[in-house]
Design a protein around this ligand. Structure first.
Ligand SMILES: Nc1ncnc2c1ncn2[C@@H]1O[C@H](COP(=O)(O)OP(=O)(O)OP(=O)(O)O)[C@@H](O)[C@H]1O
Length: 250
């Protein structure tokens, strides 16, 4: 279980904490992470994956503190992460990029080629193994980023806006893929699209100005908005209701 306890993150010179006393754990299945621009979603994801350290509080994976090298190593064996800015050598071929990441992930050499083909197929890039990254469209590059996160069948998947820049059909392909992955993994997906949260189902975590304002199921959040989980309008209303409630509570 990946877990945050009292986590805050203050960037030097910033007026407020990017994350403020967040205690939370990532559950099995899919969780949509929502919040407005600057709410702290990417910061939370960097801290959860051990890419950044909290200013206060602890992050634990399977009982090990991510402040320790052993904790980070244990997590990285199980983790697939798509950071907000996924950058790779544009001159490299897609298959080589993935083979290199497979090597970093310590996937056995005998399995590497098969695994590269599997993840390329999963994101609809099966025919792009020898294509250079520079020749991909923006949406294809984004899907390559999703593909690298899937290498090695991780049990924890953290994806920062994986469907950003994808057309509706591709968004759906990636979304269905994540729902499928969530049958055997804990999947955290940040998004600005409420309809995406509805389509993913599962859990929702709502961040606002660095504070975790809601965690619960899509159905619960929609219920706060006076509707059912399949209603995007009810989910939007639910988010507003949560933010209003918290303001009143101070
Ligand atoms: N490296 C940094 N240095 C200083 N401030 C930062 C840094 N990274 C993020 N911030 C600030 O921390 C806050 C949270 O940013 P973060 O990127 O985590 O939000 P977000 O919810 O992912 O936003 P978006 O939806 O726009 O991607 C913002 O106020 C941002 O300006």
């Amino acid at each position: 279980m990946l877990r945050l306890d009292g986590v805050s993150r203050r960037y030097i010179g910033a007026e407020r904490a990017a994350l403020d006393s967040v205690s939370w754990q990532l559950r099995p299945g899919v969780t949509g992470l929502v919040g407005s621009n600057g709410a702290g979603k990417s910061t939370l994801m960097r801290i959860l994956t051990g890419s950044d350290a909290p200013s206060e509080g602890t992050v634990e994976w399977a009982g090990l503190d991510l402040a320790s090298a052993s904790g980070r190593t244990a997590l990285h064996r199980e983790l697939g992460y798509l950071p907000q800015e996924f950058t790779v050598d544009r001159g490299a071929r897609c298959g080589d990029v993935l083979a290199y990441i497979a090597w970093l992930k310590e996937i056995p050499r005998a399995d590497s080629a098969g695994e590269v083909d599997r993840v390329l197929g999963a994101v609809g890039l099966a025919d792009r193994r020898r294509t250079r990254v520079s020749s991909l469209s923006g949406g294809m590059r984004q899907r390559l980023g999703v593909a690298q996160a899937l290498l090695g069948r991780p049990t924890v998947l953290v994806l920062d806006e994986p469907t950003a820049g994808l057309d509706p059909r591709q968004r759906r392909i990636v979304r269905d893929l994540l729902v499928q992955e969530a049958r055997r993994a804990s999947v955290l997906v940040s998004t600005h699209l409420i309809e995406e949260v509805a389509a993913l189902g599962g859990q929702v975590a709502l961040l606002d100005e660095g504070r975790l304002r809601f965690t619960g199921s899509v159905a619960e959040l929609a219920g706060r908005g006076g509707g059912t989980a399949d209603s995007v309008g009810a989910l939007e209303q639910g988010i507003w209701a949560v933010l209003d409630e918290t303001e009143v509570d101070g």
